[in-house]
Write a protein that binds this ligand. Structure first.
Ligand SMILES: *[C@@H]1O[C@H](CO)[C@@H](O)[C@H](O)[C@H]1NC(C)=O
Ligand SMILES: *[C@@H]1O[C@H](CO)[C@@H](O)[C@H](O)[C@H]1NC(C)=O
Ligand SMILES: *[C@@H]1O[C@H](CO)[C@@H](O)[C@H](O)[C@H]1NC(C)=O
Ligand SMILES: *[C@@H]1O[C@H](CO)[C@@H](O)[C@H](O)[C@H]1NC(C)=O
Ligand SMILES: *[C@@H]1O[C@H](CO)[C@@H](O)[C@H](O)[C@H]1NC(C)=O
Ligand SMILES: *[C@@H]1O[C@H](CO)[C@@H](O)[C@H](O)[C@H]1NC(C)=O
Length: 583
């Protein structure tokens, strides 16, 4: 879903026309294949294509004035699918190189989407090879390159998954497939950014950027192609009667708002127990994860008894469906103190890292105790898709919570920090959370969010709904001396929405802060909706082009259902959640 309103307006007309063209193209292709397969009547096939040639040619604005009848070709379809991308030439060339059809039949939109993903996969592979050839001298840059290779490998897996997801997708399944594609391809783009962010020196960063640029380009193109193809297929599907206007925005309808509130004291049956006093199966979380069976059905539930665990924990990529629960966020605490000042990349400072999909944490505390003078020091980094955090406490100073990639849901959590303390490029929703600003260093200003969306087609953003944004006890008496903001644009298309929340007067009247001059001020997407509290007035807010005033319908797109495609996975997890708005 492209939420950019400006973009949307600009492209509306083009898109309408395009959908018609592509819809026709799709139907023609289908007919064509059928006819060929049956080996009937080649003449009709030709006539058919010729009849419809004009519409596509006209769209491309390349038809000579009296259009000589020319058969509609794969080139023509590719051209129209690529027409909306930001890197048209690359799009056309790379797709034409990969697209394969039987008997040279005109490619269908699905063939083209597949080709676009295969091209992206090959680019990630190629870029990985190039990156492996780079050489750096300092420990920090070596570490950064190492992070990069890990991230590129993750990106490669994500593109591979997206290829698998469209391979099986019939036309009717495109809508589901599209959401997954958005999710995976956005992650690929965020990984390449994360990679670049690891290099402290501008010169090194540029060297790597040159190589990685193609990942962003191809990712962006693939996202665009996916949305074109999906729009066209959905159109073809729905214009044929029965299924008109399917479920996508079904939550927009007031009657469909859901409110599933279960008791918070979920009762899990643990598979294993971790306890410091050796009364459990293990005395560290890492041991429990290490002992996880390679194959199992359902979830692997780890109960961590009360205690402070000094561990750096990674729930690795192959550790899927892990549930970790404790005795309370101030009783079961996982803590560490890695930090940037001591020479660790921000990415690697996290005390706890969740990568394996569908990770769930409940009643746990995550801490980084490095303190403000150590700068970036992450308590929790989350890359896990469909991850859930309930009744958790995430404590740190600068860069406390790294919402790195994919879809994440935080409910009834308590998050503390100073500078950019909720940051990253995931689609992350915080519902009913307490967000406390702490006292920073003398020279610092507090910033709650630094969302890192680098590409306008990414479906990522940070949403705070029904949260409280307040100074903590220590900052409260001194809050007049410290400037605090809701967010700043870490990347050009930074997107953050604060809604139905309480904003304390700790937040400056202008609300938001620049990152670096006018970087992203026009392209970012910041919005506040229906907030209350002494700091909630938008009267004196920044006047940037990207700062939006939204109507209810616009805001609904950022509620749990549409934004995280969360209905199935949150219901299955049986956690408290509010789909839609609170009021
Ligand atoms: C497909 O087209 C190419 C180039 O026009 C031609 O060389 C090839 O023989 C064709 N293949 C089939 C199966 O028609
Ligand atoms: C891509 O994913 C499939 C499973 O969907 C797997 O069998 C295959 O090995 C993967 N390919 C690569 C190159 O990772
Ligand atoms: C459209 O609907 C008709 C009858 O309901 C069906 O026979 C036809 O295959 C459908 N066409 C498409 C493109 O789905
Ligand atoms: C975990 O425990 C549940 C029962 O509570 C059981 O069904 C499941 O197989 C166990 N999983 C593993 C990986 O042992
Ligand atoms: C964990 O400990 C419990 C209780 O002592 C025991 O029943 C269970 O079999 C142990 N599980 C594992 C995986 O060791
Ligand atoms: C993880 O959970 C999902 C959803 O319940 C399920 O489809 C998948 O098979 C599970 N994976 C494993 C390894 O059990």
């Amino acid at each position: 879903m492209a939420f950019d309103l400006i973009q949307q307006r600009r492209q509306e007309e083009k898109k309408q026309k395009f959908k018609q063209d592509l819809g026709i193209a799709f139907i023609i292709s289908a007919i064509t294949i059928l006819l060929l397969a049956a080996a009937v009547c080649f003449a009709i096939y030709k006539t058919n294509k010729n009849n419809h040639h004009n519409s596509v040619a006209a769209h491309n604005q390349e038809a000579p004035p009296p259009p000589p009848p020319k058969p509609k070709t794969t080139q023509g379809v590719v051209k129209s699918v690529c027409a909306n991308t930001d890197y048209k030439k690359t799009c056309e060339e790379s797709i034409l190189k990969e697209v394969k059809t039987k008997n040279n039949a005109t490619a269908t939109p699905m063939d083209i989407l597949r080709a676009s993903l295969v091209a992206t996969f090959k680019v990630v592979d190629d870029v990985t090879r190039q990156a492996k050839g780079l050489e750096f001298k300092t420990p920090m840059t070596k570490a950064a390159l190492n992070d990069c290779l890990v991230l590129l490998n993750d990106g490669r897996d994500e593109v591979n998954s997206s290829i698998a997801s469209v391979r099986g997708a019939r036309v009717g399944r495109m809508r589901t497939a599209k959401a997954e594609l958005d999710n995976w391809l956005s992650a690929v783009i965020s990984y390449q950014q994360t990679c670049l962010d690891g290099f402290p020196e501008v010169a090194d960063k540029e060297k790597v950027r040159k190589i990685l640029e193609r990942v962003k380009m191809f990712g962006s193109n693939a996202l665009s192609v996916a949305s074109q193809v999906s729009a066209a297929l959905t159109e073809a599907e729905t214009s044929n009667g029965s299924q008109r206007k399917l479920l996508v925005f079904n939550w927009m309808n007031n009657n469909h708002y859901r409110r599933i509130l279960k008791s918070n004291g979920l009762k899990f049956t643990p598979n294993v127990t971790v306890a410091k006093d050796k009364t459990g199966n293990f005395s560290t979380i890492n041991e429990a994860l290490g002992a996880m069976p390679k194959k199992f059905k359902g979830r692997y539930v780890i109960y961590v008894r009360e205690g402070v665990y000094y561990e750096n924990v990674v729930v690795a990529k192959d550790m899927k469906n892990v549930t970790l629960y404790g005795d309370g966020s101030q009783k079961t605490i996982i803590t560490g103190s890695k930090n940037f000042v001591d020479g660790v990349t921000t990415f690697e400072t996290a005390t706890f890292v969740a990568i394996g999909a569908r990770f769930m944490a409940q009643s746990l505390g995550f801490r980084n105790t490095a303190g403000p003078e150590k700068h970036q020091a992450v308590a929790l980094r989350v890359q896990s898709d469909r991850s859930i955090f309930v009744n958790c406490r995430i404590e740190g100073y600068e860069s406390t919570l790294y919402v790195q990639a994919h879809r994440q849901f935080y409910r009834n959590c308590h998050i503390t920090g100073t500078v950019d303390f909720i940051f990253g490029d995931a689609a992350a929703m915080f519902q009913n959370c307490m967000i406390n600003l702490r006292k920073p260093l003398e020279s610092q200003q507090n910033v709650v969010t630094a969302q890192g969306r680098a590409e306008r087609r990414e479906t990522t953003g940070i949403v705070l709904q029904k949260c409280k944004i307040l100074a903590d006890k220590k900052l409260e008496p001194e809050k007049a001396k410290v400037k605090s903001f809701l967010g700043r644009p870490w990347k050009e298309y930074s997107r953050t929405i604060v809604m139905e929340s309480e904003i304390g007067d700790v937040i400056q009247p202008e609300g938001w802060k620049e990152w670096n001059g006018d970087l992203g001020l026009k392209t970012l997407f910041y919005a506040e909706y229906n907030n209350k509290g002494a700091g909630a007035s938008t009267k004196d807010r920044v006047k940037w082009g990207g700062y939006k005033t939204l109507k209810r319908d616009d805001v609904l797109k950022f509620t749990v259902g549409p934004f995280l495609q969360a209905e199935d996975w949150l219901k299955a997890a049986d956690v408290p959640v509010r789909f839609g708005m609170f009021s």
